[in-house]
Design a protein around this ligand. Structure first.
Ligand code: FAD
Ligand code: NAI
Length: 476
């Protein structure tokens, strides 16, 4: 046997993989992490989809475009006048790339700090032996390394529409959507899910005429429908055109743009002609290049690695986490699984509570939730109480000039245990953390209602929504 022996090899350096590697190293294991992502100079760019073409760059563009929209629309209300308002797209994209690079470099620094050996290249299974697994690393680094434990965290790729492959020129995945060199006059998006709404918002704020075509009849079907309706009202007002219940037909991409034939909800034949089309219809698990067959690693019909509740695969000491396995495709879910697996390898009781994984959609208003929706509770026949509080009645929201939306609590009818919290409105992404903590500690709505919240703050709306469960709001 030649090549370095490790205790743990992690394949994939996205949030699932790099966090698993750091935690394994913290626990005293000799750990390697292999990641193949390249930056534009061909160098390593760890951080996966999240850092390179996902969470981080999308939030950078959401921030830039929100500043632009505020400067154009909201500043005047504050008595701030601007003339000659312009957007320099190249500069905005450059800033976004800078933020991405800071994160790539930060992960390389963390690997050094924690003594994780980083290999830049593709990792694939070669064979399983008595002392563990042989892993090949190829292009740009060539190496053969060994470990008793392997954690697979190879993530996911954008799903293409049949007959309309991504060319990243006119038919764009999330990758192309994050680096359009100019604002398209007309932009189409297929899929009104998380990416459709976030990317649609970015380019609408910058001046594109945006139409989103969604197959399902309900807007954001997985979201509490009261919250989804409130969000839809806000998006309609902003001019984000969302058509529900459509059936996409032929997509023709040419030099001048893209034509999308579709049937609308009433059965009418329609055509959408746009300069650019973003396809955001979900993502598929990525095991390309892993050579799973060499060791008999089991995949399901969607191509996801089959794991149990603890991220164990069908092979001894091979684990898989993040987007490449079942469950929500979220960076923080991937991270939690990575930590839990490293701790299980160390004989500890790593744990992920799937009931308290928060979701956030970073539109304006932001949408965030944790736990069950009202429609899920009804379907399960669970007796519940609901309470909500509008930001319109919150002093801080008025001062901010952002009073759209509400906080909504759902609690068990008998025990008052919080079953779900749903927010649409300003800073929902931050406010949801309190609800996650409360649910993790199995708090009651009354617990939140009795906690002192700073005044004036948006979090007072959370307290008031908890009071509303017992029908005793103080400010509404
Ligand atoms: P990934 O991040 O996909 O990382 C996998 C890594 O493995 C990649 O670097 C890949 O190159 C590498 N790899 C694959 N195969 C091999 C191999 N054989 N050898 C070596 N390396 C390999 N989630 C959130 O929670 N919040 C958000 O705001 C958010 N925004 C998003 C916005 C967009 C536009 C997109 C597309 C996604 C967003 N997500 C968000 C989802 C989030 O990015 C993913 O859930 C998360 O990145 C999954 O982490 P992962 O580690 O499982 O996989
Ligand atoms: P998504 O699952 O959020 O939404 C896809 C949408 O496309 C759905 O509404 C679906 O009904 C629709 N759709 C599917 N096929 C269609 C078709 N043929 N025609 C029309 N509509 C169709 O997937 P999305 O937006 O691609 O994002 C992928 C994943 O990335 C998300 O599920 C999420 O896990 C993650 N993500 C998370 C973010 C966050 O946490 N803020 C931001 C962006 C992505």
């Amino acid at each position: 046997m030649s090549g370095k022996q490790f205790d743990v090899i992690v394949i994939g350096g996205g949030p699932g993989g790099y966090i698993a590697a750091i935690r394994a190293a913290q626990l005293g294991f000799a750990t390697a992490c292999i990641d193949e992502w390249k930056n534009d100079k061909g160098g390593p760019a760890p951080g996966g989809t999240c850092t390179n073409v996902g969470c981080i760059p999308s939030k950078a563009l959401l921030q830039s475009s929100e500043h632009f929209e505020h400067a154009g629309h909201a500043f005047a209300d504050h008595g701030i006048g601007l003339s000659d308002l312009r957007i320099d797209i190249a500069k905005m994209l450059g800033r976004k790339d800078g933020v991405v690079k800071q994160n790539n470099d930060g992960i390389l620094y963390l690997f050094k700090k924690n003594k994780v050996s980083f290999f830049h290249g593709r990792g694939s299974f070669a064979k399983a032996g008595e002392s563990g697994y042989e892993i090949h690393v190829s292009a740009p680094t060539e190496a053969t390394i060994f470990a008793k434990h392997v954690i697979v965290a190879t993530g996911s790729n954008a799903r293409a529409l049949p007959g309309a492959p991504f060319d990243e020129e006119s038919v764009l995945s999330n990758d192309g959507a994050l680096r359009m060199p100019a604002v398209p006059k007309k932009l189409g998006l297929i899929g009104a899910g998380v990416i459709g709404l976030e990317m649609g918002s970015v380019w609408r704020r910058l001046g594109a005429d945006v139409t989103v075509l969604e197959a399902l009849p309900d807007f954001l079907g997985a979201v509490d429908q009261q919250i989804a309706k409130e969000a839809k009202k806000a998006f309609d007002k902003q001019g984000l055109k969302i058509e529900l219940g459509v059936k996409i037909g032929e997509v023709k991409a040419g030099k001048k743009g893209v034509a999308v034939a579709y049937t609308d909800a009433k059965g009418g034949e329609q055509k959408l002609e746009v300069d650019k089309l973003i396809v955001s219809i979900g993502r598929v698990p990525n095991t390309v290049g892993l050579n799973a067959e060499a060791v008999g690693l089991k995949l399901d019909e969607r191509g996801a690695i089959v794991v149990d509740g603890d991220c164990r695969t069908n092979l001894p000491n091979v684990w898989a986490v993040g987007d490449v396995v079942r469950g929500p495709m979220l960076a923080h879910k991937a991270e939690e699984e990575g930590v839990a697996v490293a701790e299980r390898i160390a004989g500890q009781h790593g744990h992920v509570n799937f009931n308290t994984i928060p979701w956030v959609i970073y539109t304006s208003p932001e949408i965030a939730w944790v736990g069950q929706t009202e429609q899920q509770l009804k379907a399960a026949g669970r007796a519940y109480k609901a309470g909500s509080f509008p930001f319109m009645a919150n002093g801080r929201a008025r001062a901010l000039g952002d009073t759209t939306g509400m906080v909504k609590f759902l609690a068990d009818a008998k025990t008052d245990e919080i079953l779900g919290v749903h927010i649409v409105g300003p800073m929902a992404s931050e406010l949801i953390a309190e609800a996650v903590v409360a649910m993790e500690f199995r708090a009651s709505a009354e617990d939140i209602a009795r906690i002192c919240h700073a005044h004036p703050s948006l979090s007072e709306a959370t307290k008031e929504a908890a009071l509303a469960v017992d029908k005793r709001t103080l400010n509404f």
